[in-house]
Design a binder for this molecule. Structure first.
Ligand SMILES: [Zn+2]
Length: 504
C-alpha cells in the first residue's frame, strides 16, 4: 500500500491536474452519467462474495466458435434488435460475476478444432486436433493407438456416482462437442459406421452414434436433445421429416429402436409438437433428435418442416427433467451452429445463434438456484471475425461502415467496407474486391481476406464466464482443461471418487 501511494504522489507531481484529493473527494465529473453508473457497478462488485459451497449441479454452456469479437458483436446486435443502444447493452452472459481468459491451443496445434477443445473442457486434458475423448498420445485416425488411452469425461464419472446427466446441442448430437461427453475416438468424423475405415473396425473402434447408445455409465443420460438423426438410422430407413432422405448406417442397425429397447420408460421425440407434449418425469429418459443433420440456424428455425424447439426451450426441458433426480446433475448445452455460420461467413446467422445461447443462459438462470449450481458459459475456440472501422455508435452492426454524417466510409480502393469481416472464408474474392453497399440485407458471406471454402477457426483466447459455487476460480488467464477441474472440484470431487458410487 505504501508503494502504491508513493506511486500516486509521484504521478501527481508529473500531472498536476490529478491531485491526491480525487481519491477521497468528489471529482469534477462526479455527476457524469458514466461516472455514476460505474460507481453503482463498483458497489455491486464489492458486494460479490465467493461461494465455496459444494455444487449440487453443473451447467456448462458452450458457444461453438464464440470468440470475443462474436460476443461483442452479438451484444450490439441484441441491443439494436430491441431498439436500444447496442454498445451499452448487457447480455445475460455479460452479467455473470466471474470471468477468465481461456487458452484454447490443442496438444498439436496453435488453433484448436472442437474435438480437442471439448475434450479439454469435459475430461481435463489437452489432446490432438480431431480426436475426441482420448489423451494427447493418440494420433488422429490411429484406432490401435487409442486403445487404453481414453480420457474419462465428467459426465461418465457423474453418471457412475449416481448423478443425472444431460446433453443438448443445436448441432448433430454426434458432433465433436457433445461427443466428448460420452465418446472416445481418434477421429471426430467417425459419427456413424459408414465413416469408419476397415482398419479402425478391425482394431476395435466403433462409431460415435453407437457409443452414445451403448454408453456404459450409470443408467445413461437422462436427457439427450439435438440434431443428427441420420447417424442413428439404417440407410434403408426413410427420415420421418423428409421421406426422400434416408439414414446413414450401413450396418442395418436402428439405434433409436435400440435406445427404446434399452429404456422402456423412455420417450423419443423428433418434432416440435412431440417435444411440447412431453412433460419430464422421473425415470423417463428423453431422447430428442430434431433433424437428420444439424438443427436449423435460429434465424431459419421457423422454416423447419417438423418444427424445432429453440435452444432456450431445450435447456428448460432438460433442466426440468434433471431436476426430477435426487442427487444433482451435470448438463452440457451447446450452441453448435455459431461455428457453422462463421465457417460460411454468415456473421448475421452467427450473431442470432449467439443471442439464442444468451436466451438459453437466461432460461437456465431463471430455473436454478445459483448458490448450489455452478453455471459456466464459454467457447471451445474462437473464429476469425473482426469488428473494424469508426462508425457512429448507433451504426447497424451488420452494415457497412459509415461516417458520423451517414455517408459511407471509403477505403483506399474507393470502395466501402463492412463493419464485420473475416480473415478467411468464402467471402474472399480473387482479384479486386467488390463494393460493400447493402451487406446487412444480402444474406451472403461477409467479406474475407483469404479465400477458403470454410473459414478457419481463430486461435486467440476465449472467455469463460461463471456464477455459483467455485465460479471465482474462473479468473485471470487459464488453460482450457482447468475448467474440467474446476467443475469436478465444485462437485466436491465426489464424481471422481469410487466410494460415492451409486448409493441409491
Ligand atoms: Zn468449426
Amino acid at each position: 500500500m505504501k508503494h502504491a501511494l508513493t506511486g500516486l504522489v509521484a504521478l501527481s507531481l508529473l500531472a498536476p491536474s490529478v491531485s491526491a484529493q480525487s481519491l477521497t473527494g468528489q471529482p469534477a465529473q462526479a455527476s457524469d452519467a458514466y461516472y455514476v453508473a460505474a460507481r453503482a457497478d463498483l458497489a455491486t462488485r464489492i458486494a460479490v462474495t465467493p461461494n465455496t459451497g459444494r455444487a449440487r449441479n453443473i451447467i456448462l454452456f458452450v458457444g461453438d466458435g464464440m470468440g470475443t469479437s462474436t460476443l461483442t458483436a452479438a451484444r450490439i446486435f441484441q441491443g439494436q434488435r430491441q431498439g436500444v443502444d447496442g454498445a451499452s447493452t448487457w447480455t445475460t452472459m455479460d452479467r455473470l460475476p466471474y470471468a477468465a481468459l481461456v487458452r484454447t491451443y490443442s496438444h498439436d496445434s496453435l488453433v484448436a478444432d472442437s474435438a480437442p477443445s471439448a475434450t479439454a473442457l469435459l475430461t481435463g486434458v489437452k489432446a490432438r486436433n480431431d480426436t475426441v475423448g482420448v489423451d494427447h498420445t493418440v494420433a488422429v485416425d490411429d484406432c490401435a493407438g487409442s486403445v487404453g488411452h481414453g480420457a474419462v469425461s465428467l459426465f461418465e464419472t457423474a453418471e457412475d456416482a449416481g448423478l443425472a446427466t444431460g446433453i443438448v446441442s443445436t448441432a448433430r448430437i454426434t458432433h465433436a462437442t457433445p461427443a466428448a461427453a460420452y465418446a472416445h475416438t481418434p477421429q471426430r468424423d467417425w459419427e456413424h459406421d459408414a465413416e469408419l475405415p476397415a482398419a479402425a473396425v478391425a482394431a476395435g473402434c466403433t462409431d460415435i452414434a453407437s457409443q452414445l447408445i451403448a454408453w456404459p455409465h450409470g443408467d445413461g443420460f437422462e436427457v439427450v436433445l439435438g440434431g443428427g438423426r441420420a447417424a442413428f438410422l439404417p440407410k434403408t430407413a426413410p427420415d420421418p421429416e423428409d421421406p426422400q432422405a434416408r439414414g446413414l448406417r450401413q450396418d442395418g442397425r436402428d439405434l433409436i429402436a435400440e435406445w427404446k429397447l434399452k429404456h422402456p420408460t423412455g420417450r423419443y421425440v423428433w418434432n416440435r409438437a412431440q417435444f411440447d407434449a412431453t412433460t419430464p418425469a422421473r425415470g423417463e429418459p428423453l431422447l430428442g433428435l430434431f433433424e437428420p443433420d444439424h438443427m436449423k440456424y435460429e434465424a431459419e428455425r421457423d422454416q423447419d418442416v417438423g418444427g424445432e424447439p429453440s435452444l432456450a426451450e431445450m435447456t428448460r426441458k432438460a433442466i426440468a427433467a434433471l431436476q426430477q433426480q435426487d442427487k444433482g446433475y451435470v448438463l452440457l448445452v451447446e450452441a453448435g451452429r455459431i461455428d457453422h455460420a462463421h465457417h460460411v461467413g454468415r456473421a448475421d446467422l452467427a450473431l442470432a445463434d449467439t443471442v439464442a445461447l444468451d436466451e438459453a443462459v437466461a432460461a437456465a438462470l431463471g430455473m436454478v438456484d445459483t448458490p448450489d449450481t455452478l453455471v459456466i458459459v464459454t467457447a471451445d475456440h474462437s473464429h476469425n471475425l473482426t469488428i473494424s472501422g469508426y462508425p457512429p455508435r448507433e451504426a447497424p452492426i451488420l452494415g457497412s461502415v459509415t461516417r458520423g454524417d451517414g455517408v459511407r466510409s471509403i477505403a483506399s480502393d474507393g470502395k466501402g467496407y463492412a463493419l464485420l469481416s473475416y480473415a478467411s472464408g468464402p467471402g474472399a474474392v480473387d482479384g479486386p474486391r467488390s463494393d460493400v453497399a447493402d451487406i446487412e440485407h444480402d444474406h451472403a458471406p461477409y467479406p474475407a481476406l483469404v479465400p477458403m471454402r470454410s473459414a478457419a477457426h481463430g486461435g486467440e483466447d476465449v472467455v469463460a464466464r461463471a456464477t455459483g459455487p467455485w465460479a471465482h476460480l474462473l479468473n485471470g488467464t487459464i488453460e482450457q482443461n482447468l475448467i474440467y477441474h474446476i467443475m469436478a472440484h465444485a462437485l466436491g470431487e465426489g464424481a471422481d471418487e469410487p466410494s460415492t458410487k451409486a448409493q441409491d
